[in-house]
Write a protein that binds this ligand. Structure first.
Ligand SMILES: [Zn+2]
Ligand SMILES: [Zn+2]
Length: 401
């Protein structure tokens, strides 16, 4: 028997909605970029303290962790962690709303203001029922998701030590408000960015035989890298290799000394990620040396593994979502998988868990713009849905023992 009967939980959440929306709007008005979330994390820490949680601040610079110890958590009781990200983006907001960003050139254009407000509300609700909780709940407020960098140091600094499962959500404007997407297995791609520097030997454009042309070498490398997808990867393992930038040369009649290319690789499994990262370097340097030049590869820091959802935790979250919105509002086919990346992956690699997507798109309210668009906004009716799903999943997990 759950400590929240279905109706009593919805009624309780209704009481919290004004505060939930107020927190979200306050955070929206005061966006802070990655690792600069000083005001935001201060509000988070203050609220968690006020709820009586054990609070740690300064984790991964501006991260905050709150621990709620359940009142009936016996020895060996489980701990579930719930994660929210807090950072905004360097975008000038174009929305004409009363809670518009007050910081020039910065904006919550990905919904992380909503995530933070949702998790603070979940903390408040679960604290209210602390005496009945059969285990512990850890609240992870993560900095710097957008720059891919906040989750990894939090894990390294022990944020998920003693945690048995981790869950989290992302509000998504691509999915209509009211719907929720939950799926086991890979849900977001890995992302690793690289710079390839091809070195040849510069010379006169009319005497290519006296030079080693890095542009021609670069062109061969670009074509060959695509064969890693079409010829070396199973058709059942989706992946992407893109070269998004190529810089070489100064004018038409000079063969330059170097050509520099930048690209990204996306995969949906750690094994495939490791394989392609190795092969991109081997193919590029092999082609360059065959053609008389050389190629250096430099991987950018902040690469991110794929987000992979554990089947058992996903089944639990699915039940919580069905109890919240009903089965007809649940999406679980492969259309919910994204080739974008999210460093929730770092927590999911450390602990079994589930990352799920809560729809916030509503054309009538103008909240259908893509994430990172200057008119991005949230349908605030999605916020209590997120709260309810997380509360139900956490309580059910702890009651399972
Ligand atoms: Zn984003
Ligand atoms: Zn985001």
């Amino acid at each position: 028997m759950s400590i929240f009967s279905p109706d009593s939980l919805k009624a309780l959440i209704d009481e919290y909605v004004p505060d939930l929306v107020a927190i979200r709007r306050d955070l929206h008005e005061h966006p802070e970029l990655a690792f600069e979330e000083v005001r935001t994390s201060g509000i988070v820490a203050q609220r968690l303290h006020a709820l009586g949680l054990e609070v740690q601040t300064g984790i991964a610079k501006t991260g905050v962790v709150g621990l709620l110890r359940g009142g009936v958590a016996g020895p060996g009781a489980k701990t579930i962690a719930i994660r929210a990200d807090m950072d905004a983006l360097p975008i000038a907001e174009l929305n004409e709303v009363e809670y518009r960003s007050r910081v020039e050139g910065k904006m919550h254009a990905c919904g992380h203001d909503g995530h933070t407000a949702i998790l603070l509300t979940v903390a408040a609700l679960l604290s209210k029922r602390r005496s009945e909780l059969a285990g512990n709940v850890k609240f992870l407020f993560q900095p710097a998701e957008e720059s891919i960098g906040g989750a990894k140091p939090m894990v390294e600094q022990g944020a998920v030590q003693g945690v048995d499962a981790v869950i989290g959500l992302h509000l998504i404007s691509d999915i209509p408000s009211g719907r929720v997407a939950v799926r086991a297995g890979a849900i977001c791609a890995s992302a690793d960015d690289y710079v390839l520097t091809v070195t040849g030997r510069g010379g006169h454009a009319a005497s290519p035989h006296e030079a080693v042309d890095p542009i021609v070498i670069g062109a061969q490398i670009i074509a060959a890298l695509q064969t890693l997808i079409s010829r070396s990867t199973s058709p059942f393992s989706p992946s992407v290799i893109t070269i998004g930038e190529m810089k070489a040369g100064t004018t038409f009649n000079i063969i330059p000394e170097t050509a520099v290319m930048r690209g990204t690789v996306r995969t949906f499994s750690s094994e495939h990620r490791t394989y392609l990262m190795r092969r991109i370097g081997e193919v590029a340097s092999g082609i360059a040396s065959t053609l008389g030049g050389s190629c250096e590869i430099e991987w950018q820091i902040g690469g991110c593994p794929p987000c992979s959802n554990d089947p058992a935790v996903t089944a639990l979250v699915r039940r919580a979502v069905v109890a919240t919105v009903g089965e007809e509002m649940l999406d679980e086919d492969e259309s919910v998988v994204s080739a974008g990346s999210d460093d929730m992956a770092e927590f999911l690699q450390a602990v079994p868990g589930c990352y799920f997507m809560v729809g916030s798109g509503n054309e009538a309210k103008g909240t259908h713009y893509q994430h990172h668009h200057p008119r991005f906004d949230l349908d605030e009716d999605a916020l209590p849905i997120g709260v309810e799903a997380l509360v139900r999943a956490a309580v059910d997990y702890l009651e399972q023992g």
